[in-house]
Design a protein around this ligand. Structure first.
Ligand SMILES: N=C(N)NCCCC(=O)O
Ligand SMILES: [Zn+2]
Ligand SMILES: [Zn+2]
Length: 323
């Protein structure tokens, strides 16, 4: 977008009913309609890496459907994200459901293409396996990145059934590959049973700090966000949000639910507290609509992606005005 061109925003829901027409994220234009984007929203319909309930392959489209009700001004961040930058829906990455290794390669290559255009990526759906190829691509562009990982689970386990690429193992692989900045790695929202205490010692050795779901409840969102912001500093940051970081009451539509999670309000508040971080790309994964009710999970996921998109759009606009 040249400086005198205004971004093309969402369809006006006061003129065209918001439930009409095919769904794009937030009723934004498709990438092929606008040519290029500052923030590319992309679906990753892949869930062959799950250890329990399948169905996150349908997450991206469920989030798009639930996002029809988003409006263009975000009062919590005092910003109109789709006016500050061109945000567009880049469609889906077509990953092979029968060959995980090939899917991981396809996702990395598609992410390379998008990032190569200068866009930041906001990916929707898929299981947590997809964070690895996305991080590989982001690290090719920015070097090792800070990681903020919202999840009930550590996802730093080694293998399942001998498989290296699964939704429980992406961040161990990422640390092994040197694509994360080990000075700035945090899990937020962890809880629930583990295989053994060793899971935690291994995780700590990889460099992760942990803010558990109970920590969020006890300390509150503002204090948690302050602490995370200090740890991240001005490093390029990737935020990976497994929707199961939320309590099953707030996100029943997911594959490996754990009791005692954060509320959607806590998650959104923490994200708003990170608005000054240099967010280069983000994902929202593990939305499995078959277990959802009344779009509880996909609404939470759509608002989560909206906050993340707002952070990215504001930074793009700030960078443009300070040039
Ligand atoms: N990434 C998610 N959602 N879950 C990982 C759970 C791995 C396990 O079954 O132990
Ligand atoms: Zn999880
Ligand atoms: Zn996960």
């Amino acid at each position: 977008m040249s400086s005198n061109e205004q971004p093309r925003g969402p369809v006006d829901s006061s003129r065209i009913p918001r439930y009409a027409g095919p769904a794009t994220f937030a009723r934004l234009p498709r990438l092929d309609e606008v040519g290029r984007a500052d923030v590319a929203v992309v679906g990753v319909p892949f869930d062959s890496g799950v250890s329990y309930r399948p169905g996150a392959r349908f997450g991206g489209n469920a989030i798009r459907e639930a996002s029809r009700l988003l409006r263009p001004y975000n009062p919590a961040q005092d910003a109109s994200p789709f006016a500050l930058a061109q945000v567009a829906d880049a469609g889906d990455i077509a990953a092979n459901p029968f060959n995980i290794n090939e899917a991981v390669e396809t996702i990395e290559a598609a992410a390379d293409d998008l990032l190569g255009t200068g866009a930041r990526m906001m990916t929707l759906g898929g299981d947590h396996t997809i964070a690895l190829p996305l991080l590989r691509s982001v690290a090719k562009k920015h070097g090792p990145v800070a990681l903020l990982h919202f999840d009930a689970h550590l996802d730093t386990w080694d293998t399942y059934f001998g498989a290296e690429y699964t939704h429980g193992t992406p961040f161990r692989r990422a640390v092994e590959e040197g694509i994360l900045d080990t000075e700035a790695l945090s899990h937020v929202g962890t809880r629930g049973p583990l295989y053994g205490k060793q899971d935690l010692t291994d995780d700590e050795k990889m460099g992760f700090g942990i803010v558990t779901s109970s920590d969020v409840y006890r300390r509150g969102a503002d204090e948690v966000a302050d602490q995370l912001r200090q740890r991240i500093g001005d490093r390029p940051l990737y935020i990976s949000i497994d929707i199961d970081c939320l309590d099953p009451a707030h996100a029943p539509g997911t594959g490996t639910p754990e009791a005692g999670g954060m509320t959607s309000r806590e998650l959104l508040e923490i994200l708003r507290g990170l608005a000054s971080c240099n967010l280069v790309s983000a994902d929202v994964v593990e939305v499995a609509p078959a277990y959802d009710h009344a779009e509880i999970t996909s609404v939470a996921a759509s608002h989560t992606a909206y906050e993340l998109t707002t952070i990215m759009s504001r930074q793009i606009a700030d960078a443009r005005t300070s040039q």
